[in-house]
Design a binder for this molecule. Structure first.
Ligand code: ATP
Ligand code: MG
Length: 347
C-alpha cells in the first residue's frame, strides 16, 4: 500500500489539494490517502500548528501532499505557534534538505512573465536549493560593541557532508534533464562557498555524464533575466537559492502555476505549490489549482518512481493552458474546479 498524507492547511490550501487529489485519483487510482491537520486549521482544533498526530502521519506516509499554511487571524501569536511554523517543523523532523523548484513557461503564458515573451519562452530550468543549513541555521545573535553600537550577526556555515548530499541531488536531477549542472556560489569572497565549490567538484567525479559549471550568484541573478535559456539545473545554498528561486518564479509566470518538492535521504518527499494560502481569495473557488496538480506530478516522479504518470499530468496541464483554460490569476474566469476539469479532460 502506498500512503499519501494530505495536509491541506489554510486558505486556498484545501481547495487546491482537493483538485490535485482528483487528478491523482484518475492517474494513480491505487494510492491511499489520509488527511492530517496542519497550520492555522490545526491550531484552531488542537492548539498547535503541527500536532503530534500529523507528524506521526507524515512519518508513516510514503509522501506528503501539502497545500499551504498561513492565516492572518493568527498573526498575533508567538512565533512558535504561528501556522507558518508547521512547514518548517515538518522539513526539519523529516530531514528534507533539498528543495526542487522547476520553472518553465507554459506555452501561452508569455504575458504572465516579467520578461519579454521571446526571452520568457526559453525558460526551462530547475533550482535545487539546500534547505537546512547556511546562514539560516548558523549561530545568531545580538551584541553591543565596546562603544555601545548594536550588532547583529548570523553565521554562514556548511560542512562537507551537507554540501555533498545536496550536490548529489543536483547531479542526479541534471542527469534526468539535459545533463547540465550549474553550481552557484560566491567563492570569490566566501569561505563557505570555496568549500562548496571544492566539494561539488569532488562529487562531480561520480557523474562523468553531467557537465558541471560554476557561477557567482550576482552573475547568476543577472543571467537569469538576461538569458534564462542557458540554464538547465542549478544547485545552490539556502540563502542564494531562496532569492534565485523567487526570481526564477517571476520570470516563469504566475505563482499559481509553479510546483515544488522538498526531499531528504529517503524517497520520502513533501510536495507543495510555491504560493501561500492566499487569504484574499480563500473560499471563493477562484484559486488556480495547477501549481498543486503539478506538485502532485512531482510526487509521482520523485517519491513514487512513476515518472510516466507525472509526464501525463504535466502534459495535460500544458495542454489545458495552451487551449486557453485560464483561472483569474491568468486573466481568465474559470473556477478552481473547472480548471481541474480542463486538466482532467486532457488526460
Ligand atoms: P506565503 O507567505 O505563504 O508565501 P504570501 O502572503 O507571500 O504567502 P500568497 O498566499 O502566495 O502570498 O499570495 C500572494 C498573491 O498571489 C495573493 O494575491 C494571492 O491571491 C495570489 N495567489 C496565490 N496563490 C494563488 C493561486 N493558486 N491562484 C490564484 N492566485 C493566487
Ligand atoms: Mg510568499
Amino acid at each position: 500500500m502506498t500512503l499519501i498524507a494530505v495536509l491541506a492547511g489554510d486558505g486556498i490550501g484545501p481547495e487546491v489539494t482537493a483538485q490535485a487529489r482528483r487528478v491523482l485519483e484518475v492517474v494513480a487510482p491505487d494510492l491511499t490517502y489520509e488527511e492530517g491537520l496542519v497550520g492555522g486549521a490545526a491550531y484552531r482544533q488542537t492548539g498547535h500548528p503541527l500536532p503530534e498526530a500529523t507528524l506521526a502521519l507524515a512519518e508513516r506516509a510514503d509522501a506528503i501532499l501539502f497545500g499551504a499554511v498561513g492565516d492572518p487571524e493568527f498573526d498575533g501569536l508567538e512565533r512558535a505557534l504561528r501556522p507558518e511554523q508547521a512547514i518548517l517543523g515538518l522539513r526539519k523532523s523529516l530531514g528534507l534538505f533539498a528543495n526542487l523548484r522547476p520553472a518553465r513557461l507554459f506555452e501561452g503564458l508569455e504575458d504572465a512573465s516579467a520578461l519579454k515573451p521571446e526571452i520568457a519562452r526559453t525558460i526551462d530550468l530547475v533550482i535545487v536549493r539546500e534547505l537546512t543549513g547556511d546562514v539560516y541555521f548558523g549561530d545568531k545573535g545580538r551584541d553591543l560593541t565596546p562603544a555601545g553600537l548594536r550588532v547583529g550577526h548570523d553565521l554562514m556555515r556548511y560542512d562537507e557532508e551537507e554540501v555533498a548530499r545536496i550536490a548529489h541531488v543536483g547531479f542526479g536531477t541534471a542527469r534526468t534533464r539535459r545533463g547540465r549542472l550549474l553550481s552557484v556560489d560566491k567563492a570569490n569572497v566566501l569561505e563557505t562557498s570555496q568549500l562548496w565549490r571544492d566539494v561539488v567538484v569532488e562529487v562531480a567525479r561520480d557523474y562523468p555524464d553531467v557537465q558541471l559549471a560554476h557561477m557567482y550568484v550576482d552573475n547568476a541573478a543577472m543571467q537569469l533575466v538576461r538569458d534564462p535559456g542557458q540554464f538547465d539545473t542549478i544547485v545552490t545554498g539556502n540563502l542564494f537559492g531562496d532569492i534565485l528561486s523567487d526570481q526564477a518564479s517571476m520570470c516563469a509566470g504566475s505563482i499559481g502555476m509553479l510546483a515544488s518538492a522538498a526531499l531528504g535521504e529517503t524517497g520520502k518527499g513533501l510536495y507543495e505549490p510555491i504560493h501561500g494560502s492566499a487569504p484574499d481569495i480563500a473560499g471563493q473557488g477562484r484559486a488556480n489549482p495547477c501549481a498543486t496538480i503539478l506538485s502532485a506530478a512531482m510526487m509521482l516522479r520523485h517519491s513514487l518512481g512513476r515518472g510516466d504518470d507525472a509526464d501525463r499530468i504535466e502534459a495535460a496541464v500544458a495542454r489545458a493552458i495552451s487551449e486557453g483554460a485560464r483561472t483569474a490569476d491568468l486573466g481568465g474566469s474559470l473556477s478552481t474546479e473547472a480548471m481541474a476539469e480542463r486538466v482532467l479532460a486532457g488526460l
